[in-house]
Design a protein around this ligand. Structure first.
Ligand SMILES: NC(=O)c1ccc[n+]([C@@H]2O[C@H](COP(=O)([O-])OP(=O)(O)OC[C@H]3O[C@@H](n4cnc5c(N)ncnc54)[C@H](O)[C@@H]3O)[C@@H](O)[C@H]2O)c1
Length: 444
């Protein structure tokens, strides 16, 4: 059932949209009250006082409907809320409605996170004529169904990673968005850390020379306790895979972004704890508690993944993902070695890039730390003065800024569903190798 807030608050926007006969991104100029520097730029007005009294014109608005409002829902909500306050966009998000099954929970979340309204059935949400973009922030088993339905209703789609449960499902999702001609994107947010973007610029410009190696790890430790319950992430029918689809997917994306396409892989997946208490807390991960009583269930996904890779460009890769790496809370890191230099990055110190250049004078060679918060570093100039660091949530803001401009321009920014499919092909090739024990070619 649509939330009362939705029908009340959005009616003004809906009337304006329909008056212009618009579907999809609204082309009409809407009046709205604004404050902040984007408003100043958009209006061509001097900032501050005059803005507080006046109205400004916004060229395009993208009305967002988001399914799922817990961990990723919160991160995405923050991004939609902040993005137009820090970026000058060709289209700006309007936080139209979120969706969750529990009405009291979703109502509170909508109010707290700044959404105009809510739905309790995602099918209602994707069918709403006033929604332009559907954001899929649910467990993995729902990605395909929601994304395909959204595309069939002509909505642009942002989908969380991994794109799908299987490669075949991912391909159907890509076909659906392409058939519908909508803009699509997958939420591999770590690409959007300024230090990662800067590393990519250096590699693309040849500053590291020929790339020989990438070694990447994504290490966590939140399920090491055998009493930790059987949350959805540990169930194959909901998650598709475990650590592999969750964490390997991220380092595969970083490797594709920085080094290029995978050629072949060999690896192994492993489950350390095969039986766990049933989940007493419903959904989510961190902070989940076991159900009262002694009932247990079987873990049907991997706890850890390791694999080797050959890249089409000739580089070699070593990858490791685990939820059993004690002391590593969120250790997402890589090192890349080229003929002219190397870079290292670690999410837990995400503003810094370690750089080694072979051309440095003898006696002065070694890794140096670059704090990627200056004008030369992608996205950094949208935030604070140099060395006023940014955090995890900003990577989502950067991604959403690209998505908004992509929607305004009618193109799907990367990473999009094509990247999602290629990522899924690598995941699946590693899973196959784990079963067969041999090298597996990654399907194009
Ligand atoms: N990009 C990243 O760094 C990152 C980080 C964490 C999770 N993820 C991905 O985001 C997705 C969600 O993960 P999460 O950590 O937010 O999970 P979560 O358990 O915290 O939240 C899942 C949300 O989906 C909702 N939901 C479940 N079934 C639903 C249904 N039938 N209808 C409507 N809503 C439903 C739940 O109510 C909840 O709000 C997953 O695909 C996960 O892999 C990505």
């Amino acid at each position: 059932m649509p939330g009362a807030v939705a029908s009340r608050v959005s009616s003004r926007f809906r009337r304006a949209r329909f008056a212009a006969g618009a579907r999809g991104t609204s082309p009409l100029l809407l009046q709205r009250h604004l404050c902040g520097r984007n408003a100043a730029a958009a209006a061509g007005n001097p900032p501050a006082k005059s803005l507080q009294r006046g109205v400004v014109r916004v060229a395009k608005q993208v009305r967002v409907g988001m399914v799922g409002y817990k961990f990723m829902g919160k991160a995405h909500s923050h991004a939609y809320y902040d993005v137009a306050r820090f970026f000058d966009l060709r289209a700006e998000p309007v936080m139209a409605a979120i969706c969750g099954r529990d009405e009291s929970g979703v109502r509170v979340a909508a109010a707290k996170m700044g959404w105009q309204g809510y739905e309790t059935d995602w099918r209602q949400l994707v069918a709403r004529p006033d929604i332009d973009l559907v954001d899929v922030s649910t467990p993995n088993n729902l990605h395909a169904e929601i994304a395909i339905a959204a595309a069939e209703h002509g909505k642009h789609v942002l989908c969380e990673k991994p794109l799908a449960m299987t490669l075949e499902q991912a391909r159907r999702m890509q076909a659906a968005v392409e058939r519908a001609g909508v803009v699509h994107m997958i939420c591999h947010n770590y690409r959007f850390a300024p230090a990662v973007q800067y590393a990519r610029q250096m590699i693309a410009a040849g500053e590291l020379g020929e790339i020989y190696h990438i070694r990447a790890q994504y290490l966590q430790d939140w399920i090491m306790d055998p009493e930790f319950p059987l949350v959805w992430r540990l169930q194959k029918d909901v998650a598709g895979s475990g650590t592999h689809g969750d964490l390997s997917a991220h380092i595969i994306d970083l490797a594709r972004f920085l080094v290029g396409e995978f050629d072949s892989v060999t690896g192994a997946l492993h489950t350390f704890i095969k039986e766990r208490p049933l989940d007493g807390s419903g959904e989510g991960a961190w902070g989940a508690r076991g159900a009262a009583g002694r009932q247990t269930g079987t873990v049907t996904v991997d706890d850890a993944a390791m694999f080797l890779a050959r890249f089409r460009g000739g580089a070699l890769g070593v990858f490791e993902a685990s939820r059993f790496a004690g002391g590593n809370r969120n250790g997402n890191r890589f090192e890349i070695n080229g003929s002219k230099g190397s870079v290292r990055w670690d999410l837990e110190n995400m503003n810094n890039l370690q750089l080694y250049l072979h051309a440095d004078r003898a006696g002065q060679q070694g890794f140096r730390t670059i704090n990627c918060t200056e004008g030369a570093h992608p996205y950094a100039d949208h935030w604070w003065p140099a060395a006023h660091i940014i955090g995890y949530e900003h990577t989502f803001v950067h991604l959403v800024s690209e998505l908004m401009n992509g929607i305004a321009d009618g193109r799907s920014p990367q990473p999009n569903f094509v990247d999602g499919v290629r990522n899924q092909a690598v995941l699946e090739a590693v899973s196959t190798s784990s079963e067969t024990g041999v090298w597996v070619n990654v399907q194009a």
